[in-house]
Design a protein. Sequence first.
Length: 521
Amino acid sequence: MPKPKPTATPKPQDRIFSALDLAAEAEEERRRSVTPTPTPTPVPKAKPRLRVAGDVVAGNEEEAVYHLSVPQSPADQEDASAAPELEMPGSFSGYLSGLKPGQDNFKIVNQEVRLLVVVNPFSPNHDGRQDRTIFVGRIESERLRMSHWIINVIQGEKVFRTFRGGSRMPHNLEWDGTDERGRVLPDGTYDVLLRVFNEGGLEAAGVTQPVVIRTRLVPIKLSAPGTVTLTGDKQQDAPVVVAIPKIPRSSNWRFYLLDSNRRKVFDRNGSGEVPEKFSWQPRVAGRVAPAGKYRGVLEYRDEVGLKGTAETEFKIGYAAFSVQLKAAPLLFKPGQNAGEGVSFTPDLQGELKINRWTLSVLDEKSDRVWRRLEGEGQLPGSIFWDGRDASGLAVPEGKMFRGVLTATSAVGSEEQAETAPLQSDLGNYAGKQALAMNLTRVPFEADSAVLTEAALRNLQAAVNVLHQNKTDFVLRLLGYCDLTEAHDKDIELSRQRAQVVADYLIETAKIPTERIQFVGY
């Protein structure tokens, strides 16, 4: 009888445990070990779970390195701040040691791999300023026996530069921004990947840091209003704001404004971040800024030493205003009695405020100033002149005048207005005969003050009559014209016609000026 074969003892098979399997078994064991009590046990707050990238091989007698990740701790955790922050959030490497089949307790030996990019960004343009960057690596572990390391400079899946080293981490490893063929890489952001390998040749740890190459400045554009209109009122005039786009951190900067004469009216400088805007109240030496073209200039040197300049322009103008002046009566009596004289009525149009005004009464022919009236602030509704000069004497009878108003705005701009000619009344002359000549009998060209041939014949006939008059007389000329919608223009035309006739009588008939009065209607 054949001898039965001994039954083979099943060889234990290696089992694969995932991190979730281990966590589930640990939770079940914890529940079995808890002794129920009458007092409710508070539910512990959630702790961040350690996640293992890949399966953990049980029964592994050798120390193995696995890539781990630690999520951010929740804000309601007892040992978490309101905004918890990991010193190195993301993935890192660590040991899982002492794993046995069916066991859920294991030891984690923390391992930190650090990579520092010392000069970032940098500018490999050979200008002597931050042309190179430096890589510094560090690994802290009691268990890892490192054989070598590799650093790759990558962008996406493309590797541009590779550095290799032995069992000592890279320290002060310089990179000039070139690829393997010595060509400077284009401006942009690259990843620097440090990988560490153990004595078995396996990758034990890795870390990635970004690095920025910048050899050219990105052009920036300043923003300013095209035209700034001032009224001279500090409460109403808004400041001029020049907006600055976001630019790289600057080692130093300066912003200034130049007027049309290239004089600085605003100047600021600093270091670090350039302000998002500059605000200037348009005042120079305490006064309203002059009208004209202004230029804003920003000069800066960024953190890699590149110099940049950006400019913008704007104009300063003043709000428009106009003034008109009327006078009544045009034929006035010098101030012999109270209330006799001329009332001037100014009419201001526009947004500007008036700081001061001057009304001058000038001789119509010589521009001699017979009287000057002045005031501060807004124009009054009416300005009265009593027909006297600055010394208080009445102006000569029969004299021709005109009123000139000068208004100065709060921003320093001026506007002028004039009245139609004024004439002082000759008054009643004892023993003198008053004659009146109506100019409707002296025809003129249409819409003009040019005498026609018929007008000259009529005037010569009038001169003959005057020469035959042996008595003293005062001649009053009354000018007329057709009435149109432009009433002020009509008055001026009728006055001009009377003036032409008066000049003719004075020059041709040799009639003394003081014996002639004229007025337009």
